[in-house]
Write a protein that binds this ligand. Structure first.
Ligand code: ATP
Length: 390
């Protein structure tokens, strides 16, 4: 940011500071300092000047969105337990619900003026979800009119989304929006589960499957549920205490989800922290042991298939000089959403090549490739015979 630009942003920040009571949790000088250090950055794409928190500071979460009439906190990270029978009673007292953990990507939807925007985990405007929410949550405007203090957290999941290559087995085409939390912007916390479930039903919002209440003293039914989710290829559960004061929110994933992650991650090992792979192997070992799922030939076959199933093809392509890439297919309502999505990818330094677009049935169908330069170099260097000291 140039000095003039910084000066201008500080003036905007000072104006927001006067208007937004939430900002007063810290002195203005701390917000200015965050701006200077790049922890707070200007946010494009909204009708009014806005900022997002890029790196955590003084208890403010990454992905927080700040504009004239909105202070939308970042979605908090959920701790994972590896073992239910010791992990659940350690953190939860009293009844709790097990919501299906949906495999997709997280957005928070909020109203700014008369428009509804979707924000990604990092606090960017999500051009895809901002374009598509009316198809899946048609009663959202009515919801915000009646509950202006709430924001809607949901998972956008399905085979035709622009960001992730895993999705729930029962979403067969396009995507769906699964609402899993309502964030009370005044009370600064989630609406408690039972009240939330009532609102989700009232507004006919699709939501993750809800199971329970369960008790930490009797986890057999929860373990049984997870064996079923595993058979059905579902991701796992997020455990939510019925009374939020009596425990923490926890997550736990199935063996199938870990295998799925390995399948999509191994070809990209040059792009990600290699620990990503080790973590999934650790979860698999402990999870299968607890749930009494066998370590047998079939499991070893599945594990090997997940790790290496894509590799022959990938190495063949890289050896021919092709880049490591992933193909995405999406549909959009408005042309301008594609422009915004491409701008988003440019801004977040993701390399994209559009392969095909087609207007059909009122939608713009787009096929694009995401190119992974680091993964390409990782494999190509080895295939070209480069030696390495390890
Ligand atoms: P993941 O656990 O999916 O690898 P992550 O590393 O971002 O993602 P967290 O920061 O712990 O993990 O967030 C948990 C994620 O689970 C959130 O991104 C949220 O969108 C997703 N999720 C899916 N279903 C639910 C649900 N029912 N309740 C809460 N979160 C859910």
């Amino acid at each position: 940011m140039t000095p003039e630009n910084l000066h201008q942003q500080k003036e905007l920040l000072a104006e927001l500071y006067q208007k937004l009571p939430h900002l007063k949790i810290l002195p203005l000088s701390k917000w200015e300092e965050a701006l200077e250090r790049g922890k707070l950055v200007p946010l494009e794409g909204l009708p009014k000047p806005a900022f997002r928190i890029r790196r955590e500071f003084r208890g403010q979460t990454v992905g927080t969105v700040i504009t004239e009439d909105l202070f939308l906190p970042g979605f908090p990270s959920i701790p994972r337990v590896f073992v239910l029978k010791t992990g659940v009673p350690r953190y939860i007292r009293g009844d709790f619900f097990a919501e299906e953990k949906i495999e997709g990507y997280n957005v928070r939807l909020a109203r700014i003026g008369e428009e509804i925007f979707a924000f990604t985990r990092r606090g960017f405007v999500c051009p895809f979800a901002t374009d598509r929410w009316p198809d899946f949550l048609p009663r959202l405007p009515e919801f915000f009119a009646r509950h202006p203090q709430l924001a809607v957290c949901c998972e956008v999941a399905g085979p035709e989304n622009p960001f992730v290559t895993e999705w729930p087995p029962y979403v067969k085409e396009d995507v769906d929006f699964f609402v899993f939390d309502l964030l009370d912007l005044e009370k600064k916390g989630f609406v408690p589960p039972e009240e939330k479930y009532r609102l989700l039903e009232e507004f006919s919002f699709h939501h993750p499957e809800i199971n329970g209440p369960f008790q930490p003293e009797d986890l057999a039914p929860l373990q049984e549920l997870l064996r079923r989710y595993d058979r059905e290829g579902r991701e796992g559960v997020v455990l939510k205490p019925a009374d939020p004061r009596r425990g923490r929110i926890l997550k736990y994933v199935t063996s199938a989800s870990n295998l799925g992650d390995l399948r999509v991650a191994f070809p990209f090992v040059g792009e990600l922290d290699a620990n990503y792979i080790v973590h999934r192997l650790v979860r698999l070992a402990i999870g299968r042991w607890e749930l009494g799922q066998p370590f047998d030939e079939e499991f070893y076959r599945q594990l090997g298939e997940s790790l290496f199933g894509e590799m022959d093809d990938l190495l063949e392509r890289v050896s021919r000089g092709e880049a490591v890439e992933e193909i995405f297919r999406i549909r959009l309502r408005r042309e301008e959403a594609l422009e915004k999505l491409l701008a988003h990818f440019r801004h977040t330094q993701v390399r994209i090549e559009i392969r095909r677009t087609e207007r059909r049935d009122g939608y713009l169908f787009v096929e694009f490739a995401k190119i992974y330069p680091r993964a390409t170099t990782f494999w190509a260097g080895k295939l070209q015979g480069l030696a390495q000291i390890d």
